[in-house]
Design a protein around this ligand. Structure first.
Ligand code: NAD
Length: 361
């Protein structure tokens, strides 16, 4: 199979971690007989430096016309003072909206080998942490009207939170379909005791549930969910929620699994062309030092193979190679425990060892 992959290396550690994911993809192509063609796309600070804007129309078109997009990370202190509409992160919002990716999927999974890295108590971790948060990505309060006005000498700020039943239904379907591929448990999270948009959310989920009778649907208020994620995370299989709640809960969920450097994500819309990226940022504090953990982007590449290219064996192969890397005692600095017999490796070495561990079964 031949696939065109738009590759956005971005800023900070973006280029160095992306190189490792490409190494892994090249080896997968070799052993499974595929061909991945990479289309370089400038986005973020490097695009501001080159083109004056965080994402040009031409670069956005390259992404939309590819089979999938793989992204390192964008941003950094060098661009902190540019006008807000030109900030590197605006490129990311433009890309998500331009690609129409309305569903952001973030797994919260703890690797057995790294259970000591979780800030949670051992008895909670030992019950297992393996769930996915499906977050609505291009609606809700982030995309509503924002304004600040002066009313008789008092400043007043307004942010509008709107959802239509259509927007809720399309993300709800992703939630149900994701649960169907896993343990068939879907928890819909909202704030229906206070918000109208949440009452519509809950009603729409209940009506959708009639079409997915093999999935057990439960409802949870967002404040309780924030508590349950640290108290009893093993209860969750798939969580589906709106944009802002998902933003907050998915950061909380990433922390309980250990390092931010380990976690991949996918963003999908109506087509199979998805956006795949690690959940962390450009980590300017460690950029260029060859100490970043590339596993988040390598696992994002695995998600790309699974969800956009239907290459499940190839995705399994990458996940097993990551597991073998950890089994053999290798650790990057961010997942290195203070004591124990582990071998510290840098970003390049980590990518090389994972690539060598790829075995077709
Ligand atoms: P960050 O995720 O870049 O870094 C937070 C901490 O985690 C830092 O100590 C960093 O060294 C560490 N870290 C992150 N990724 C790591 C990895 N792969 N391996 C080892 N350690 C890792 O968050 P931040 O410092 O708040 O943001 C830095 C820049 O990234 C900002 O400009 C921000 O806007 C941008 N950002 C971009 C994205 C994106 O591109 N999707 C997401 C979040 C933040």
């Amino acid at each position: 199979m031949t696939k065109n992959v738009a590759v956005i290396r971005g800023d900070g550690i973006g280029p160095e971690i992306t190189e490792q994911a490409i190494k892994v993809l090249d080896r997968i192509a070799e052993i499974y007989g595929h061909s991945f063609k990479y289309i370089n796309v400038d986005m973020g600070g490097c695009s501001i430096d080159k083109w004056g804007v965080p994402l040009t129309e031409e670069m956005l078109d390259k992404c939309i016309n590819s089979d999938s997009v793989l992204l390192g990370a964008v941003g950094g202190p060098k661009w902190n003072d540019v006008p807000s509409h030109l900030r590197p992160e605006k490129g990311l919002l433009k890309l998500r909206a331009g690609m129409g990716v309305y569903s952001n999927n973030r797994p919260a999974k703890i690797w057995n080998q790294l259970s000591d890295s979780s800030p949670l108590k051992k008895e909670i971790v030992d019950k297992g942490i393996d769930f996915i948060i499906v977050r609505e990505l291009i609606g809700g309060i982030y995309f509503g009207e924002h304004k600040t006005e002066n009313c008789d000498g008092i400043e007043k700020a307004t942010d509008v939170l709107t959802y239509t039943s259509k927007e809720i239904e399309r993300i709800g379907r992703i939630g149900f379909e994701t649960a169907q591929k896993r343990n068939k448990k879907l928890c819909s999270v909202e704030k229906s005791n206070v918000l109208d948009s949440s009452r519509l959310w809950k009603k729409t989920m209940e009506s959708l549930a009639k079409e997915y009778i093999d999935v057990e649907l439960t409802h949870m208020l967002v404040d309780n969910c924030a508590m349950q994620i640290v108290k009893n995370p093993s209860q969750f299989d798939v969580i589906v929620t709106e944009n802002m709640f998902g933003d907050i809960l998915s950061d909380e969920a990433s922390m309980i699994t250990g390092s931010i450097g380990m976690i991949p994500s996918s963003s999908l819309g109506a087509t199979s062309c998805g956006l795949y990226e690690p959940i962390h940022g450009s980590a300017p504090d460690i950029a260029g030092k060859d100490i970043a953990n590339p596993i988040g982007i390598i696992l994002s590449a695995a998600m790309m193979l699974r969800y956009s290219f239907d290459m499940n064996d190839e995705a399994d192969c990458i996940e097993k190679a990551v597991s073998a890397f950890l089994d053999k005692g290798y650790r990057t600095a961010d997942i290195m425990p203070p004591n124990g017999e582990f071998i510290l490796v840098g970003c390049k070495e980590c990518g090389k060892i994972i690539t060598e561990n790829l075995v077709k079964e």
